[in-house]
Ligand binder design. Structure first.
Ligand code: ADP
Length: 455
């Protein structure tokens, strides 16, 4: 690696301890520009330093030599200091410019490059800070020039070179510096504001593209879910709904037999079977309809989870007091900010999980249901844990399929729709649901929801 590359790497490592904004806006580019200025200033200073020293020797200007050397030391500090933040580096850099300009004005007056350095402070401040600050620099520079004119007028400066000019002549020359400063500050302002507008447009364009990609990903996901639903519907239509229909068909065949008579015990029993099957069919069809309606009224709202759970507990009041259940809302839920969800469906999700935790409780054990949450990257991961009868390992996967149950109808009433609802609602929120459990050891239902649900 060449000495130049090593030097650039060293300066880059020193400057990186400052606060560089993440977003690549104008401020980012101002810092980047300062970085480049710092890289080139020291070599340029070193090239100018030796001839300047020789000139000072011949012109007998020890003070200028002193201030030049001091400026070089300060530039070395700006370039290599390990401790300085970017803010202080910038300040020291502009301070060095002012030190040089005032020293050169004092000892060399119009002859020296003092006015050029004053002009350069305005240009550098416009570039590395802001044009607003640059206008303040112009005010400072004008004041400096006026003070020098006053000092000349009062003859308080004994520098030979300065004294050969009258204050009027000095002001005439210095006014050019002020005019040029205004010109530079104004044109750099136009340049940076144009640049900033372009950057803003670019970033909003990027944001739009990102949103569109997210939206199309959401649509693909939705389509996949709909496809799975269609498959489930076909399965349901051919299996679960057929079952009570077959029962009805079988019984009516029996009723048609000449041996069956109205008023018989068997005849009445058969009628009971028919009405039971019809009722069940009605429940299944209603469940199926409700299931297909989930997420139809899509409108995202910000809700506080603690409130949602408290509302659900209120709705389940009679089941809770009858069973002596306790719904414990963890601190993680209480501390949580509001989240964007589909409110009705989100409510239903907690209602199904908590009511199941109460329904599938162990005999003689008061149900305790704990609800907590963790942040996992772009998702919130909720946990609804109970101390109920648990679920057999073999049934863990199937319970999220509509009409599938892990416990018999007679011991625990139900249709097997609740968890299918939960799955669909969670997927609507961009997440997934799963359960960890074993028979007799309680169940832990986990589900995730996206933290950035599109409105
Ligand atoms: P349902 O409650 O109407 O049976 P769900 O879809 O809500 O239907 O649940 C499906 C099955 O999952 C239930 O029948 C039950 O076997 C099992 N299950 C759900 N929640 C729990 C729970 N908290 N504890 C034990 N088993 C559960």
């Amino acid at each position: 690696m060449s000495i130049w590359s090593k030097y650039k790497e060293l300066v880059a490592s020193r400057l990186s301890n400052g606060s560089v904004p993440d977003v690549k806006g104008v401020d980012y580019w101002r810092d980047k520009l300062f970085h480049v200025i710092v890289v080139y200033t020291l070599p340029v200073c070193m090239i100018a330093y030796i001839p300047a020293m020789i000139l000072c020797y011949y012109l007998d200007q020890p003070y200028i030599a002193f201030y030049d050397s001091l400026a070089v030391v300060l530039v070395v500090l700006v370039t290599f200091s390990k401790k300085l933040s970017l803010r202080w580096r910038k300040l020291l850099f502009v301070g060095t410019m002012y030190l040089l300009s005032i020293a050169l004005l004092f000892y060399m007056g119009v002859y020296g490059p003092g006015l050029l350095y004053l002009l350069s402070t305005v240009i550098f401040v416009s570039l590395i800070y802001s044009s607003k600050l640059a206008y303040w620099c112009i005010v400072v520079n004008t004041t400096v020039c006026l003070l020098f004119a006053l000092a000349m007028h009062l003859e308080v400066m004994d520098s030979a070179m300065v004294n050969i000019y009258t204050p009027e002549a000095w002001l005439a020359v210095a006014s050019n510096q002020v005019l040029l400063s205004i010109l530079f500050a104004a044109s750099i302002q136009i340049l940076t504001s144009g640049f900033s507008q372009t950057l803003e447009k670019e970033s909003s364009l990027k944001e739009n593209i990102k949103n569109e990609v997210v939206e199309s990903e959401r649509l693909v996901k939705e389509l996949k879910i709909k496809n799975e639903e269609m498959e489930q519907f076909t399965y349901i239509a051919s299996h679960d709904l057929q079952e009570p229909l077959n029962t009805i068909l079988g019984i009516t065949e029996i009723l048609k037999l000449p041996s069956s008579k109205k008023g018989d015990r068997d005849f009445e029993k058969s009628l009971d079977y028919i009405s039971f099957s019809v009722e069940r069919l009605k429940t299944l069809i209603k469940g199926l309809l409700d299931y297909s309606r989930i997420g139809r009224l899509l409108s995202v709202e910000e809700v506080r989870c603690e409130e949602v759970i408290k509302n659900v507990a209120g709705d389940l009041h009679s089941a809770i007091s009858e069973s002596g259940a306790k719904v414990e809302i963890d601190e993680s839920i209480r501390r949580m900010d509001s989240v964007a969800v589909f409110p009705l469906d989100f409510n239903q999700l907690f209602q199904n999980l908590i009511s199941n935790a109460i329904k599938f409780r162990s005999i003689n054990v008061k149900p305790v249901i704990e609800v907590s949450v963790k942040e996992r990257g772009d998702f919130f991961e909720f946990l609804v844990r109970d101390n109920g009868i648990g679920i057999d390992k073999d049934s863990l996967d199937k319970i999220f399929i509509i009409f599938k149950r892990a416990h018999s109808d007679t011991s625990y009433q139900g249709t097997g729709i609740g968890l299918a609802f939960c799955k669909k609602i969670v997927e609507l929120h961009g997440g997934k649901i799963w359960v960890e459990s074993s028979a007799g050891r309680g169940s832990s239902f986990y589900f995730t929801i996206s933290r950035h649900l599109a409105k």
